[in-house]
Design a protein around this ligand. Structure first.
Ligand code: PLP
Ligand code: COI
Length: 391
């Protein structure tokens, strides 16, 4: 076992030339194989059964939005000493050894992304709009003073995680997709508040179904006016883990009252619509225009950007602007959009005791059908959003 390990380590070292020089696809493949073998050997050396028991899925149609054990995840480490990323590893064990003073545990140095891979009509696996996720993660990295993840590394990592778990991309026609979770954490130990000496970038994947469950006709939302989600100069526009922790109590209270999600208004005047708990707000107003808020405290949703483009392609007037809560009552349709939620109808929004109901969802449904048609390879991809992952 030990000699095998040494041979692998030597192989890895001779292949590992970092991302500063070009790594050929063949070298990358070999490196990935070496990493997988290393992960297995590591488990065997521990003299314990594999920590990870990949799931066997019989009913793809019944998938929920939850964690399904897969073959493993991809992990890269950045060191402040060398100011560079290593070549990464594929790791079967879903647990991470962390220093008790790891920055992420105390100071919330954490960013995450959400993207998806689809099994398309032609049987190929494609990922959607990754460059946008990579760019958004780097905006967040600057905001939280974490190192940027080079776009090439981000793409390699996602492809590696998808390829090594290809059997977990739900079959075409099942309605499911593979949810991809790239995330960046301050893993090095610090005590005083300062940039972190070590950062870890990981990509894990899990097959998913609908975020709100099967056959959900529409979600009932409530405005949580006793809470704010994000401040104009805060971290609302980046995907920082702490933003989600702040929404947990409002969400819990909303759910206790029978609502499916929370909607936030701006925290200065409580007058303008911001966004839902985990999705952007879209409205179709009385003139049939696509209206969505633009502020510095909401997450720039990649799904929203694609839906706006599809709406323009269909000849709709698209308005990205401040949206007064008072005008929403006259909207024909309201929806929530995001990677996980796609474009879900909002059946009602309750403001204190007043319930505003929305129906029909003709426009929203047609925009969602077009987006999903592109994602599953049923429709042309005129804007080049989809990229094949060779498996
Ligand atoms: N807004 C919030 C707060 C979110 O968590 C998400 C989910 O990612 C979105 C909007 C939608 O963004 P995207 O379409 O890029 O997934
Ligand atoms: C996504 O839609 O990708 C998100 O990150 C939301 C998350 C809470 C599942």
């Amino acid at each position: 076992m030990r000699s095998m390990r040494t041979a692998l380590a030597l192989g890895r070292r001779s292949l590992a030339r970092g991302f500063s020089t070009e790594v050929s696809p063949r070298e990358m493949q070999l490196l990935q194989q070496v990493s997988r073998l290393e992960a297995r050997i590591h488990e065997m050396e521990q003299d314990r059964p594999p920590a990870n028991r990949p799931a066997k899925i019989d009913k793809w149609e019944d998938l929920a939005f939850g964690i399904v054990p897969t073959n493993g995840h991809v992990r890269y480490t950045w060191s402040g000493k060398t100011n560079s990323w290593d070549v990464g590893r594929f790791i079967a064990d879903p647990y991470i050894p962390l220093h008790v003073h790891a920055a992420v545990l105390h100071y919330g140095m954490c960013l995450f992304e959400g993207c998806k891979a689809f099994r398309c009509k032609d049987g190929k696996i494609r990922v959607c709009n990754l460059d946008e996720n990579s760019a958004r993660m780097n905006t967040g990295a600057d905001r939280l003073v974490l190192p940027q993840v080079p776009r090439q590394l981000f793409n390699e990592a996602v492809d590696w995680a998808v390829r090594a778990n290809a059997e977990y991309v739900p079959p075409y026609g099942s309605g499911g997709s593979m949810y991809i979770r790239p995330f960046l954490i301050g893993s090095g130990p610090i005590l005083g508040l300062q940039p972190c000496p070590e950062t870890t970038f990981m990509v894990s994947v899990t097959p998913v179904g609908n975020y709100f469950g099967k056959g959900m006709p529409g979600i009932h939302a409530t405005i949580m006016d006793q809470f704010d989600r994000a401040a104009p100069k805060g971290t609302g526009a980046v995907k920082a883990g702490g933003n989600y922790a702040a929404d947990l109590l409002p969400l819990k209270l909303a759910k206790e009252e029978g609502f499916g999600t929370t909607l936030y208004l701006d925290c200065v005047e409580n007058r303008y619509v911001e966004e839902f708990s985990v999705s952007n707000f879209i409205g179709i107003n009385s003139e049939g225009a696509y209206v969505t808020p633009r502020t510095s405290s909401i997450l720039p949703s990649i799904t929203n950007k694609m839906l706006m483009q599809i709406a323009r392609d269909k000849g709709l007037d698209v308005q990205e602007r401040q949206v007064e809560w008072s005008e929403v009552a006259s909207f024909r349709e309201v929806g929530a959009c995001g990677t996980a939620t796609v474009a879900v109808p909002i059946a009602s929004v309750t403001d204190q005791n007043k319930k505003h109901e929305f129906g029909n969802f003709e426009v929203l449904n047609s925009l969602r059908d077009t987006l999903q048609g592109i994602q599953y390879g049923e429709l042309d991809d005129p804007h080049g959003w989809m990229r094949e992952v060779e498996c």
